[in-house]
Write a protein of this length. Structure first.
Length: 65
């Protein structure tokens, strides 16, 4: 129980929670896909799939909330 409260204090002190960072990564990925679709639709699909797979691997194997 003590680790959980200490972790929350650290997140509040730093100002960035993991949910905020997840949101920023998602926003950057969506903007990159949006603007790459103006250049080449195939490139947009490839970038979207790469972000989706890499983010899924990160959430499953690395991020242990």
């Amino acid at each position: 129980m003590r680790k959980f409260t200490m972790k929350k204090k650290i997140e509040k002190k730093s100002g960035y929670s993991k949910h905020r960072i997840d949101g920023i990564v998602t926003l950057v990925a969506s903007l990159l896909v949006l603007f790459s679709s103006m250049i080449d639709p195939l490139l947009s699909v490839i970038i979207a799939l790469l972000f989706l797979v890499s983010y899924s691997i990160f959430k499953i194997f690395i991020d242990k909330r």
